[in-house]
Design a protein around this ligand. Structure first.
Ligand SMILES: C[S@@+](CC[C@H](N)C(=O)[O-])C[C@H]1O[C@@H](n2cnc3c(N)ncnc32)[C@H](O)[C@@H]1O
Length: 352
C-alpha cells in the first residue's frame, strides 16, 4: 500500500484583472523572489509562482495589491478533449485528499467566461467522483477545506486545495447586488472596498459618524456612507442625483475638493476625484496628518505604464507624512474587482 502524498503546494496561482499580469507578477515576486513566474501569457488574468515548500499561503491581509485572490496549487494537468474527469481524479489519488466543497473556476477573461457553462455542468461529476473516492466530506464545523479546479482552458487545469476564507469569491469575482436607489454604479466600488479592506466594518462604519465625500457627484459613494448611517458633506461642482439629491443626511457643497476643509474633524474621508495619483496622495496625507479625518477610502487612478512604481511613490508619500506626524496607522491597497485603471486604498489612523 502506498501512503498519500502530503498536500504540499507546488506553487501558488494568483488571479488578477486581465492586462494586469505584470503587476500581479511583481506582487508575487516581492514575496517569492524570482520564483514568481509568468508561465502564462499577457491578458490571461492569472499568474503562477513556484513555491519552495515551506511557504504559507499569503493571507487576506497580505501586502498584495494586484493579486485578487490566490490558491496554493498541487499541480497542473493537461486534459484530453473527452473525459476530463479521469486525469483529475487520477492526479488527486496520489494525495487522497479530504475536502468539503468543490469550486470550478476560470479566468476573468472573455475566453474564461465562455467556460462558465462547462464549469456548472462539470461540477456535479467532480463531486460525485470525489464522493465515491471518500474525499468529499460533509461539513460539520471547524476549518472548511475546498478543492479548487481552475481551468485556464478546457484542456488545462490547475488543481489546489485550501482552507476556505471569508471574502473568497468564485473566480475572485465578488457578486454584489447593485442597490437600485444608488445614483451610480460606482457605488459598488465603495461597497467592495468596505467588504474587502476593512476589518470589523460594523465597528468602523456606523450611525452617528460624519463623513466627507470629495468628488461626490452624482452620489454613488455618498449613498454608501448614508446607507451606513453617516451624515455626509458631499463636495462637487456637479449635481447630486436621484436619492442623493436633497437627502436629509447629505449637505452638498459646490466647492473645490482640493481646497475645502471641514470646520470640525470628521470620522471618514472618501475621495473618487479623477486626478493625478500623487495629488490625491498628498491631499489624503494632509487630511490624515492634520487630524481632519481618521479613516479614509480613496482611489488612485493609475497611468498605463509603471503602475507599481506609481503606487509605491504615492503610498511612500503618505507613510512619510503620517510618520512625521508621529501617527500609528494601517494601510491596505488593493486592485478591486470594480476598479479598472485604478486601485483603492483604505487607511485608518490610531492604535486599534
Ligand atoms: C468619478 S466621479 C465620482 C463618482 C462618485 N464617486 C459616485 O460614486 O457617483 C469624479 C467626480 O469628481 C469631481 N471632481 C473632479 N475634480 C474635483 C475637484 N477639484 N473638486 C471637487 N470635485 C471634483 C467631478 O466633478 C466628478 O463628479
Amino acid at each position: 500500500m502506498t501512503s498519500a502524498k502530503p498536500l504540499q503546494p507546488a506553487g501558488f496561482l494568483a488571479y488578477c484583472r486581465p492586462g494586469f499580469e505584470p503587476e500581479c507578477l511583481a506582487d508575487l515576486q516581492a514575496r517569492y523572489g524570482k520564483r514568481g513566474q509568468q508561465d502564462t501569457g499577457a491578458g490571461w488574468a492569472f499568474v503562477s509562482a513556484v513555491a519552495r515548500g515551506d511557504e504559507d499561503e499569503p493571507s487576506f491581509s497580505s501586502s498584495f495589491i494586484f493579486v485578487r485572490q490566490s490558491v496554493p496549487v498541487l499541480g497542473r494537468v493537461s486534459l484530453p478533449e473527452r473525459d476530463r474527469l479521469t486525469p483529475i481524479i487520477g492526479f488527486l489519488r496520489a494525495f487522497s485528499p479530504e475536502f468539503h466543497e468543490v469550486w470550478i473556476e476560470y479566468p476573468d477573461t472573455n475566453d474564461g467566461k465562455a467556460l462558465s457553462g462547462f464549469a456548472k455542468k462539470f461540477q456535479p461529476y467532480v463531486e460525485k467522483a470525489a464522493g465515491k473516492e471518500g474525499w468529499l466530506k460533509e461539513y460539520t464545523g471547524g476549518p472548511k477545506l475546498r478543492l479548487h479546479l481552475f481551468f485556464a482552458s478546457q484542456n488545462d487545469v490547475f488543481i489546489g486545495i485550501r482552507r476556505a476564507r471569508d471574502n473568497d469569491w468564485l473566480c475572485g469575482i465578488p457578486r454584489l447586488r447593485f442597490p437600485s436607489e444608488a445614483p451610480s454604479r460606482s457605488t459598488l466600488k465603495l461597497l467592495e472596498a468596505f467588504i474587502m479592506l476593512i476589518d470589523e466594518p460594523e465597528r468602523r462604519l456606523k450611525s452617528g459618524m460624519t463623513g466627507v465625500d470629495l468628488g461626490a457627484a452624482p452620489g454613488g459613494w455618498t449613498y454608501q456612507l448614508v446607507h451606513h448611517g453617516l451624515k455626509v458633506f458631499a463636495i462637487d461642482n456637479g449635481p447630486m442625483k436621484g436619492s442623493m439629491d436633497g437627502h436629509p443626511q447629505v449637505k452638498h457643497l459646490k466647492e473645490d475638493g482640493f481646497r475645502w476643509k471641514p470646520k470640525h474633524a470628521v470620522d471618514w474621508l472618501v475621495c473618487d476625484m479623477v486626478e493625478q495619483p500623487v495629488r490625491i496622495a498628498s491631499l489624503i496625507a494632509q487630511w490624515l496628518a492634520s487630524g481632519m479625518a481618521r479613516q479614509t477610502v480613496f482611489n488612485l487612478k493609475l497611468p498605463m505604464k509603471k503602475r507599481h512604481a506609481e503606487v509605491e511613490r504615492c503610498l511612500t508619500l503618505i507613510r512619510d507624512a503620517l510618520d512625521d506626524a508621529g501617527l500609528r496607522y494601517r494601510i491596505r491597497a488593493r486592485h478591486l474587482y470594480h476598479d479598472r485603471e485604478e486601485i483603492t486604498c483604505y487607511i485608518r489612523v490610531g492604535k486599534d
